[in-house]
Structures are given as structure tokens and as C-alpha cells.
Design a binder for this molecule. Sequence first.
Ligand code: NAP
Length: 252
Amino acid sequence: MDENLFLKGRVAVVTGGSRGIGRAIALELARRGASVVVNYNKSSEGADSVVREIQAIGGKAAVFQADVANTAAAQGLIKFCVDTFGDLHILVNNAGITRDTVIMMMSELDWDAVQDTNLKSTFNCSKPAVKHMMRKRYGRIISISSVSGQMGNPGQTNYSASKAGQIGFTKALAREVASRNITVNAIAPGFVDTEILANMTPEMLEAAIKMVPLARMAKPEEIAYAVAFLASDQAAYITGQVLGVDGGMAMM
Ligand code: NAP
């Protein structure tokens, strides 16, 4: 077997796979041989183009619209995956948003939207996925957290709390399901060059880069390589961990 295709026969769901980091993750998992369900909420064109790109390299992919902040919709996503590809081995909880502002200006809506999209979605998707994986006695759950959840970031109390929440969730779930051969890990990226940073001014970006020992932003692909590794059989003995892919920012 081609050793590059180390995910051949695996089936993955990537939430928020239509753009940015999720797009890169969906493409990398497919390049490694996995069949991929590309979830999106609003960017149907982006999701369709990811599926087309995967099919163009001979891979299998399907698109599924679901607002993963919604419990029933997230359950529908996991069901779609199992109905379409007959299995689910890898869940990547990637969907996320920011609603940055200082606490005095932060509305309850800004708080709730970020918790629901970033953290509740992780519960919403992981619960039905775990149900399937426990029966199959195999699974890989990988959540895309952030250095913001490890270090805190001013103007991001909502986002930092949601990302720290994903880390606690990861550690607790890892302990719950380890005996069923399911690993649960998180990745904590630093600054990654995607649309999520669109609200940062050039001055803010320059200040941000000064915090990075490697002195640059990450490319989305650099997060995807770490996901592919954690999804692989080579990572079978790694669970409950937070892998920093942050150019040295946090060094936890
Ligand atoms: P992005 O370019 O803004 O993409 C966000 C993705 O999430 C899109 O595909 C979007 O799909 C999807 N999404 C948002 N709300 C959703 C919902 N309710 N249901 C389903 N999908 C939803 O952001 P990104 O930079 O790639 O971020 C991806 C993840 O990495 C996030 O969890 C983010 O917090 C984390 N992260 C990013 C950075 C960074 O610097 N970029 C750093 C650390 C961590 P639609 O367009 O279809 O809504």
C-alpha cells in the first residue's frame, strides 16, 4: 500500500470544511485516502469546491449543510456521514467564529453565539460520533482549539472561554472513551492566515506576529498536517493532549 495513503478506508467529518483551516483539513485527509464529509453552514460554494477538488484527485467526498451550533442539525450531520459512507472514524470539530470586543461592550448575543458555535458544537457533534465509535471500538476526535484558550487574549473573553472549554472537554472525553480505543485530542493553533483574522488591522497583525517566535503566521495546511497525524494509526497512543501549532507562541 502507498504509505502516503495512511487514512485509506477511513471516513471523516470536518465541521466548517468550506473555508480556511477546515478546507485545508478536508483536503489533507482526502489526500491521505480518507472519505470526507465537508460540513458548512453558509458557504455552499466553498464546500462544493472542496468536494470537487477531492473528487478531482480520485477521492470520495460529500457535502452537508448543518449549523453545528444546533443539536439536531449536528446529529443530522453525523447520521448523514454514516448513511453515506457506512462508517465514521474521524471527527474534526473545526467550525468556529469570533465576536471580538472588550467585556464592557460585549453583548449576551456575542457571548452566546461564540459559545454555541465553538463549544456547544463540539458537544453536539462528538456525542453522536462517540455513540457510533463506541460500537465500532475505534475513533479519532480532534478539536481545533486556540492559543487564545490557553493564554487568554484581551477582547476575546467569549472566544478564549470557548476554546479553553474545548480543551477541558477534550481531556474529560479522552478519559471517558479511552477503553473503547477512541482517542480525543485538541490542536491549539496560533495565528493562521484565514478570513477569521479579517477584522484585525495591519497594526494589530504586526503586533501579533511579534508574539510569535517563528515570526510569521501559519498556513492553514500546517494545521491540517497535524490533524492528519493525530487521525493516523501512528498516533494511537496519544490522547487527551493539546498540540500547539503556534510557531512557539504558547509553549505550554
Ligand atoms: P474561517 O476561515 O472563518 O472559517 C470558519 C469555518 O467555520 C467556515 O467553514 C464556516 O462555514 C464554519 N462555520 C462557522 N459557523 C458555523 C456553524 N454554525 N456551523 C457550521 N460551520 C460553521 O476560520 P478559520 O480561521 O479557518 O477557523 C477554523 C477554526 O480554527 C475555528 O474553530 C477557529 O476558532 C480556529 N482557529 C483559528 C485561528 C486563526 O488564526 N485563523 C487560530 C486558532 C484557532 P460557513 O462559511 O459555511 O459558515
